[in-house]
Design a binder for this molecule. Structure first.
Ligand code: PHE
Length: 450
């Protein structure tokens, strides 16, 4: 088998991790969830989950990945001492979960390509019917399928090149550019007259809006946005060198992701309120409400191009990480060549993606508990599969990986100084706090609503 690829530099690790985390979750999902779940109160709960649960879970995935130096399936197989135990097979759930997410992620990525094209060809005019435009881009039979395949093609192109020459190189160029662009757009948005109401919506909590649903949505979003719970971080961390300080890397990744989500909120909400539109439009917020607003702002055409450019390239850095989970699994467990592994995984994702895409139109009637296939996959993966995956990871690490090994990995075999209280707290959260919190929220979230 070929030698394992690895990241070439610290900066490379950080941009690749942040690239995986920052994506549609920040720019498409976060703003519409904030809108649907009462604004600031959702952000506060989200912030608590991101740092209390998300950060330790990310560190935990780093530990599992770097210690095992293997794909997510191989990681559990390697670290599980008892070869007959089911724990050694847990990684397969993560591979399937990544495929599931990729199959609806590429559909949204496809809409984004469509919208970038529409913004470049100046289709956002004051008298356009944006509901109809979105329906055409999402519910049409062929149009979204073509853009979904183009999106998958670009994803595959980077993954075929491998970790250092593909993923790392691409992330190094894109991430700094995306950060500069989102800062520019949020400043422009905050300067609109009437923007203050939108800023208040983001930062002044209304506690009466707090419900069990808000809490579950916030936890799901923390998992989805940080890319934790489905083995992406485990896979990327397996390419991280032994000298890397994994606690620092995790912290920077989480801060980058949270800041990007806030910037996305600041780019979108002030504009939504300044134009008296509703923030609770759901998944259509970015595709229906925003273009309508862009059409009315001076230089809005340019802003629209920049926005959909950011959305597309942020989505690509994330879909690349999802694909890499499956590809690394196929290469290491079935000894496939990288190119064949990429072709096979993309073909399966495209097949599932077609179903997802058609469920916006032709297959709208195919529902489970009232949800279309697309909604099912979106909600199922973020609110159930990822937290469940995260729960398995913490139970495994907390109860199956010996404490000494865990601390050894956190401190690079004692070569970096990590305060003992910090290591103890991380281990305590992983062993006791995170499993209880995740389990309670999952159970409460799944109880039938009165
Ligand atoms: N974190 C990505 C985003 O915010 C989505 C993702 C989820 C990527 C899970 C990998 C794993 O868009």
């Amino acid at each position: 088998m070929e030698k394992r690829d690895s990241f070439g530099s610290k900066f490379g690790v950080l941009v690749a991790m942040a690239g995986s985390a920052v994506g549609l979750g920040n720019l498409w999902r976060f703003p519409y969830l904030v809108g649907e779940n009462g604004g600031a109160i959702f952000i506060i709960i989200y912030l608590v989950f991101v740092f209390l649960i998300g950060l330790p879970l990310m560190i935990n995935e780093f530990v599992i990945g770097r210690r095992s130096q293997a794909n997510v399936f191989g990681a559990f197989k390697t670290l599980c001492k008892d070869k007959s135990s089911l724990w050694g097979k847990v990684g397969i759930i993560s591979v399937l979960c990544s495929l599931t997410i990729l199959s609806f992620y590429c559909v949204v990525g496809g809409w984004t390509i469509d919208y970038l094209f529409r913004s470049i060809s100046l289709q956002f005019t004051a008298d356009t019917n944006y509901e109809q435009m979105f329906a055409e881009s999402s519910a049409h039979v062929f149009r979204p399928l073509i853009s979904t395949c183009i999106f998958l093609f670009f994803t595959a192109l980077v993954v075929v090149l491998g970790v250092k020459k593909g993923i790392e190189k691409y992330s190094k160029i894109m991430m700094p550019l995306l950060i500069l662009m989102i800062i520019a757009i949020s400043i422009r948005s905050m300067l609109l007259s009437g923007a203050k109401e939108g800023i208040d919506f983001l930062f002044k909590p209304d506690f009466s809006k707090l419900t069990g649903q808000t809490v579950m949505a916030a936890l799901g979003q923390a998992f989805f946005s940080l890319s934790i719970g489905c083995g992406t971080i485990i896979t990327y961390a397996s390419y991280v060198k032994k000298e890397e300080h994994i606690i620092n890397d995790s912290f920077y990744t989480v801060v980058a992701d949270f800041s990007f989500a806030l910037l996305a909120g600041l780019a979108i909400m002030p504009a939504v309120f300044a134009f008296n539109t509703s923030p609770s439009e759901g998944p259509g917020l970015v595709y229906i409400t925003l273009p309508h607003i862009f059409a009315q702002i001076p230089a809005g055409g340019m802003l629209a191009i920049i926005f959909f450019f950011i959305l597309l390239f942020a989505a690509l850095t994330s879909s690349i990480s999802l694909l890499e989970v499956v590809v690394a699994f196929l290469i290491e467990e079935f000894h496939l060549k990288r190119t064949s592994a990429v072709i096979l995984s993309v073909a399966v994702s495209a097949g599932l993606g077609v179903l997802c895409s058609l469920s916006m139109g032709l297959l709208k009637e195919w529902t489970i508990a009232g949800f279309t296939i697309f909604d099912c996959l979106d909600k199922l993966s973020a609110n159930i599969l990822l937290p469940l995956g995260g729960l398995l990871f913490v139970l495994f690490a907390g109860w199956k990986i010996p404490k000494a090994d865990y601390y050894d990995e956190l401190s690079n075999s004692g070569t970096v100084h990590v305060k003992p209280w910090l290591m103890k707290s991380i281990r305590f959260i992983i062993k006791y706090v995170a499993p209880v919190v995740i389990l309670v929220i999952l159970i409460v979230g799944l109880l039938p609503k009165q």
